[in-house]
Design a protein around this ligand. Structure first.
Ligand SMILES: CC(C)(COP(=O)(O)OP(=O)(O)OC[C@H]1O[C@@H](n2cnc3c(N)ncnc32)[C@H](O)[C@@H]1OP(=O)(O)O)[C@@H](O)C(=O)NCCC(=O)NCCS
Length: 378
């Protein structure tokens, strides 16, 4: 068995493998290329045949106000005759080690089953949800003018997304080689809210089929800089009420627009769990911290003794040498802590953190920063 990078020469067998794993699907139009900058495909070859695949995507995620280099894993397949033979471990070991070498500090993925990836340190930190709600009650005023976006708005739309993502924990930054496609490309329309010549919000929508009781408007993104722009965009969606009695919105956590609704609660129709693993404990030093916090937090993970040192608004992780107390993380516990997805008390109850409790309040102060969200499926 050999683990190696895949190339264009492997494309035919890869496509067959994906269809066998995930089922037949209508190919997207225009087609999504497999081999482009920012995508690194890996495979396991047995007797000269590719029988397992995995993809590392070069992303960055917003956590605690900074962009964290991220390996987004997808395309994980094992040919049916080779399942249960333990191919995933050597494949993942190679993919994650290479991702670390190219600078990724964390890795994320959408898991079909959490147990598959838990042994590599991945824990569920959030979910990408489709929620449904009646169209009519979305009307909520708003005085920001709206207009249809053109490809000239691409940068402005991405900028609105990034300003919103930077306020949250977890979303991908829509920058880098994998976000060069126009946001207006694969949808019926994108409407922008514009004030004083500046795009301050946008909603991307797909009209779908039908205009009777079953008509549903699909909303991929709904983001804005402020409440008035959000209200204008919600009001725009409400005008579809006569032809699409319901709206289905792709979202995560409790989105900003939900705080503006006056009636109707979103009902979750589907939910894709999103998991994260820390590839380098140095990631713990990245998120912004209050300049008044001055502390040293010893910890160990994977048999390494380290210290998170925080002072003057920034931090670094250094080797401690010998174990000098502090807490011990499982890899999953480190993932949940980095993401701010669980408190120390919860992690201890699950066996993800053990040892000295003296620093629990400080760990929680540094890392518990509100719900984790995600906006892109991959
Ligand atoms: C998921 C898939 C890649 C697993 O391949 P595999 O060859 O069984 O993986 P491995 O033998 O290397 O390891 C599987 C381990 O995960 C466990 N596992 C496998 N499938 C699982 C599932 N659906 N739920 C929970 N655990 C699972 C196995 O019990 C085994 O654990 P063990 O080592 O403790 O015994 C393969 O079944 C597949 O291609 N499925 C269809 C596509 C898919 O679901 N891809 C994942 C997308 S996120």
């Amino acid at each position: 068995m050999q683990i190696r990078r895949l190339t264009e020469a492997d494309e035919e067998v890869m496509r067959r493998q994906f269809t066998e794993a995930f089922g037949a699907f209508d190919p997207p139009e225009p087609p999504v290329p497999l081999f482009v900058e920012g995508k690194r495909w890996w495979g396991a070859e047995v007797d000269g045949r590719i029988v397992a695949t995995a993809l590392d995507r070069e992303y960055a995620s917003w956590f605690g106000g900074v962009r964290v280099p991220t390996a987004g894993i997808g395309g994980v397949t094992v040919a049916p005759e080779h399942r249960g033979a333990g191919l995933l471990r050597p494949l993942f070991t190679a993919v994650l080690a290479e991702a670390r070498d190219r600078g990724a500090l964390v890795s994320t993925l959408y898991a079909t089953a959490p147990a598959l990836y838990r042994r590599f340190g991945f824990e569920t930190i959030s979910s990408l949800d489709d929620v449904r709600l009646p169209t009519h009650p979305l009307a909520g005023g708003g005085s920001t003018p709206v207009r249809r976006a053109t490809s000239a708005d691409d940068q402005a739309i991405r900028a609105v997304h990034d300003r919103a993502a930077a306020r949250e924990n977890g979303p991908l930054a829509r920058t880098g080689p994998l976000f060069t496609e126009s946001p207006t490309l694969r949808v019926s329309g994108v409407s922008v809210a514009e004030r004083d010549g500046e795009v301050v919000g946008y909603v991307s929508w797909d009209r779908g089929r039908g205009y009777g009781a079953e008509g549903e408007l699909l909303v991929g993104q709904l983001m804005a800089d402020d409440a008035d722009a959000l209200r204008s965009l919600l009001s725009l969606l409400s005008t579809f009420a006569s032809v699409t009695p319901t709206v289905r919105i792709r979202t995560s956590g409790v989105p900003s627009w939900q705080h503006l609704l006056r009636a109707a609660h979103p009902e979750t129709v589907s939910s894709a769990p999103y998991a994260l693993a820390v590839l380098d404990p140095g990631a713990l030093a990245l998120p912004r911290v209050h300049p008044g916090i001055d502390t040293r937090l010893p910890f160990s993970v994977d048999g390494r003794s380290l210290t998170l040192a925080v002072a003057d608004g920034s931090g670094h992780v250094e080797p401690t040498g010998t174990t000098t107390g502090g807490r011990t993380f499982t890899r999953g516990g480190l993932a949940l802590t980095f993401a701010g997805a669980a408190t120390s008390a919860t992690l201890r109850s699950l066996g993800h953190v053990e040892g000295d409790t003296a620093d629990d309040v400080t760990w929680d102060l540094l890392f518990t920063r509100g719900p984790v969200t995600v906006h892109d499926y991959f």
